[in-house]
Design a protein around this ligand. Structure first.
Ligand code: ADP
Ligand code: AMP
Length: 216
């Protein structure tokens, strides 16, 4: 299963990707996570990306395309992958198309998560993750079963993203509507796009995505 999850910041891409990983045993390729790791490790890519990410703008296509191309060459991507947060521009989509044909791979589906803008603000401002395994939580919508303890790994350290604030979210949303939303038309025209209502319960949304994947 080779899949792209597309949607604005806070739409639930990471949340749904983790459920797909559990069921289909394919890796989640989140360019946001890869870039945050590069920033944390102080690599050259991280140094170039940090200020851009803090401001909520898009990192350059060249940098992101190179990271993804390298990641797709790893053995765990052979049987499939979930791209989360990539592509984000038409140039990235074209680059991906070239990469996949060079690597003899074919995309199965592009799934769009549709969520109201007001809900995005609420979701992003309450988001936090486990500092150990990366499991996602929300102050209101998804708290650990045992307060302060990660459901997945039992860790008790959590973190919040510096760009998950109302001001930066506005810039990120603008980038989504200007740069990323044209991808919906692009993938619809290719016949790959399926849209899912991302406003419901996390489990119900997963079932809708799963039905699409079963028929891919
Ligand atoms: P994205 O990866 O698209 O930026 P996330 O998956 O990180 O979004 O979700 C953003 C926040 O919203 C997280 O705190 C997550 O727990 C929460 N969330 C995800 N899906 C839902 C949903 N269907 N209903 C309510 N909250 C959700
Ligand atoms: P995300 O974790 O997907 O919300 O991404 C966090 C930030 O990383 C974004 O606001 C961008 O600055 C950067 N980023 C992640 N993926 C991409 C991409 N495909 N293209 C450009 N920038 C990206």
């Amino acid at each position: 299963m080779k899949l792209i999850l597309v949607g604005p910041p806070g739409a639930g891409k990471g949340t749904q990707a983790k459920l797909i990983v559990d069921k289909y045993s394919i890796p989640q390729l989140s360019t946001g996570d890869m870039l945050r790791e590069a920033v944390a490790n102080g690599t050259d890519v991280g140094k170039k990306a940090k200020a851009v990410m803090d401001a909520g703008n898009l990192v350059s296509d060249d940098i992101v395309n190179a990271i993804v191309s390298e990641r797709l060459d790893q053995a765990d991507c052979k049987n499939g992958f979930i791209l989360d947060g990539f592509p984000r521009t038409l140039e990235q989509a074209e680059a991906l198309s070239g990469m996949l044909s060079d690597k003899d791979m074919r995309l199965d589906k592009v799934v769009e998560l549709k969520v109201n803008d007001e809900a995005l603000v609420e979701r992003v401002s309450g988001r936090y993750t486990c500092g150990n395994c990366g499991e996602g939580y929300h102050d209101t919508f998804k708290q650990p079963a045992k307060e302060g303890i990660c459901d997945r790994c039992g860790n008790s350290q959590f973190k919040r993203r510096p760009d998950d604030n109302a001001d930066t979210l506005r810039t990120r949303l603008m980038a989504y509507y200007k740069e990323t939303s044209p991808l919906l038309g692009y993938y619809f025209a290719k016949g790959d796009l399926k849209s899912v209502d991302g406003m419901g319960d996390i489990g119900d949304i997963f079932n809708s995505i799963d039905n699409i994947l079963k028929s891919a």
